[in-house]
Design a protein around this ligand. Structure first.
Ligand SMILES: [Zn+2]
Length: 311
């Protein structure tokens, strides 16, 4: 009889032990890998805003984000010692209200009872439409226009396709070097200004026109690699520099190239001489900054980037 009681007690002890072990497995192992608490938290990023089409969106944070994106497009990242600088921007023809979304991971309480937490956020950004200004009719010489009218549509299409594919690259690191203007002179046509071609087609200016006579030295705006250097119908002789992480700068209507394909350049390094090749009224530099296929305001980009740069 006593023996039976002992066995019963042992069974009870064992079942308690089993329950305790089971709970330990549930609370220690299982939750660490399977239960993710999701909560909405504002990461308190400082934004300048309001943002308009063509504006760069650049900020820094010391939180470690995952899948941080601007309207669903992942930001380019420039990691620094204690923080990361995030780079993005709005397309010049963009009409949608920009928003930033992402996750950041954090551990709650102490190990082994810590559960990974994913904090999720969506932040709408202040947005202002571009002012509607009267469109300027471009005065392009007949001899220039004839070199790029409908007869060349097929070739123009091929050239645009090639440029679009180059601008899809996201290779190379973004670095932290400060940028500069490619030529220090007057702005002769603002970014995003509305204009009309001799054939009646209207569009917003996708770059910044800087005064530059034929032969004036053109400098690289930022550090990067020359990934295109050739003639095209509308852009004329042009250079494309890859700055890494989907960021590019482009220099149009040049008269002479001073760099080769694949060359690595630093800001301020001469890359070409200005000219009047392609669809132009007169000699000048048309300068573009492109982030993941989106034309950004080059001057604003340089100013905003230089708030976070380090030489
Ligand atoms: Zn231009």
């Amino acid at each position: 009889m006593q023996m039976i009681v002992k066995v019963q007690n042992l069974m009870a002890d064992l079942s308690i032990l089993f329950v305790v072990l089971f709970l330990l497995v549930i609370f220690i192992v299982f939750p660490r890998y399977s239960i993710v608490q999701e909560e909405w938290v504002n990461p308190h990023i400082k934004f300048k805003g309001p943002y308009s089409p063509g504006d760069p969106i650049i900020f820094s944070s010391n939180l470690s984000f995952e899948h941080i994106a601007l309207n669903g497009i992942p930001f380019s990242q420039s990691p620094r010692k204690k923080e990361t600088v995030y780079v993005g921007g709005l397309e010049v023809s963009s009409k949608e209200i920009p928003h930033i979304s992402g996750y950041f991971a954090s551990e709650s309480s102490w190990w082994p009872f810590s559960h990974p937490k994913l904090k999720y956020f969506v932040i709408p950004l202040p947005f202002a439409q571009l002012p509607s200004l009267p469109s300027v009719k471009l005065k392009i010489k007949k001899s220039t226009w004839e070199k790029m009218d409908e007869k060349f549509d097929e070739q123009k299409k091929e050239e645009r396709k090639l440029m679009r594919s180059l601008l899809k690259k996201v290779d190379g690191a973004l670095g932290s070097t400060c940028w500069q203007m490619p030529v220090s002179s007057m702005i002769v046509s603002k970014f995003a200004s509305p204009r009309t071609l001799p054939n009646g087609i209207s569009y917003r200016h996708t770059g910044l026109d800087l005064r530059a006579r034929t032969g004036a030295e053109i400098l690289a705006a930022g550090p990067g690699q020359v990934i295109f250097r050739d003639h095209m119908i509308v852009p004329g002789n042009n250079i494309l520099i890859n700055h890494g992480e989907g960021l590019f700068s482009r220099y149009l209507h040049l008269s002479k190239f001073e760099v080769s394909l694949q060359d690595i350049v630093q800001p301020g390094e001469p890359i070409a001489k200005a000219g009047a090749t392609g669809r132009v009224e007169a000699a000048h530099l048309h300068w573009e900054v492109v982030w993941k296929g989106r034309r950004l305001n080059p001057q604003k980009f340089t100013e905003d980037w230089n708030l976070y740069c380090q030489n």
